[in-house]
Design a protein around this ligand. Structure first.
Ligand SMILES: CC(C)(COP(=O)(O)OP(=O)(O)OC[C@H]1O[C@@H](n2cnc3c(N)ncnc32)[C@H](O)[C@@H]1OP(=O)(O)O)[C@@H](O)C(=O)NCCC(=O)NCCS
Length: 159
C-alpha cells in the first residue's frame, strides 16, 4: 500500500468557534491543528499516536466567522518512533477572495504508541523531491534548536 504523507481539512469557521473579540478563538485553531496532524500521523504510521511536542505557533492574522478554513498537514521527518508534522492554517472569505491567506504555521511532533502507551517503530519517510529535502532539513534544524530551548526551559519544567 502506498502511504500518504499529507492530509488536508477544509470547513467553514462556525459561530461556536468565536472568541470575545468576534473572531475565531486561538484555542479552536490549536484544536484543528491537533486534529489534522493527528490524522496525518495516524495515517502515516497506521498506529495510535500521541502528541509529544508542539512548537512555535504564531497567529499572523485573525480568522473571521464564516471564513473557509484550510489546514494542510504533512510528514516532513520521521525518526524511529516519532513523526514531525508541518501544519499550515489558511483562511479565505468565500464571497470576496479567490486565494487562501496563511494565518498560522507550526511543527507538531507525534509518537506512535502501542496499547501500553509505549513508543513503537514507524515506517520511514524518505524525501522524494528537492522540496521534501528542504523540509526535512528544516525539521532537523528545528530539532537542534529545540535542544537549546528545552535546556533553557528546564529550570521551570523539571519538577
Ligand atoms: C510520548 C511518550 C510515550 C514517549 O515516551 P518517552 O519514553 O518519553 O520517549 P522516548 O524517549 O522513548 O522517545 C520517543 C520519541 O519521542 C522523541 N522525543 C522525545 N522528546 C521529544 C521532544 N521534546 N520533542 C520532539 N520529540 C521528542 C524521541 O526523539 C523519540 O523519537 P524517535 O524514536 O523517532 O527518535 C511519553 O512521553 C508520553 O506518553 N507523553 C505524553 C503524551 C500525551 O499525553 N500527549 C498529549 C495528549 S495526546
Amino acid at each position: 500500500m502506498i502511504k500518504e504523507n499529507s492530509i488536508s481539512f477544509q470547513f467553514l469557521a462556525e459561530p461556536t468557534d468565536v472568541n470575545f473579540g468576534g473572531n475565531v478563538h486561538g484555542g479552536a485553531v490549536m484544536k484543528w491543528i491537533d486534529q489534522v496532524s493527528f490524522a496525518c500521523a495516524t495515517n502515516w504510521s497506521g498506529t495510535y499516536c500521541v502528541t509529544i511536542y508542539v512548537g512555535g505557533i504564531r497567529f499572523h492574522q485573525p480568522i473571521k466567522i464564516g471564513d473557509l478554513v484550510k489546514l494542510d498537514a504533512r510528514v516532513i521527518y520521521t525518526g524511529r518512533t516519532s513523526m514531525h508534522i508541518m501544519v499550515d492554517v489558511m483562511r479565505k472569505n468565500i464571497r470576496s477572495q479567490n486565494k487562501f491567506a496563511k494565518t498560522t504555521h507550526c511543527i507538531i511532533v507525534f509518537v506512535a504508541v502501542n496499547e501500553e502507551g509505549l513508543p513503537v517503530e514507524i515506517p520511514v519517510w524518505k524525501p522524494a523531491t528537492l522540496y521534501d529535502i528542504k523540509l526535512e532539513t528544516y525539521a532537523k534544524k528545528l530539532m537542534d534548536m529545540r535542544k537549546d530551548i528545552e535546556q533553557e526551559m528546564s529550570l521551570f519544567t523539571d519538577s
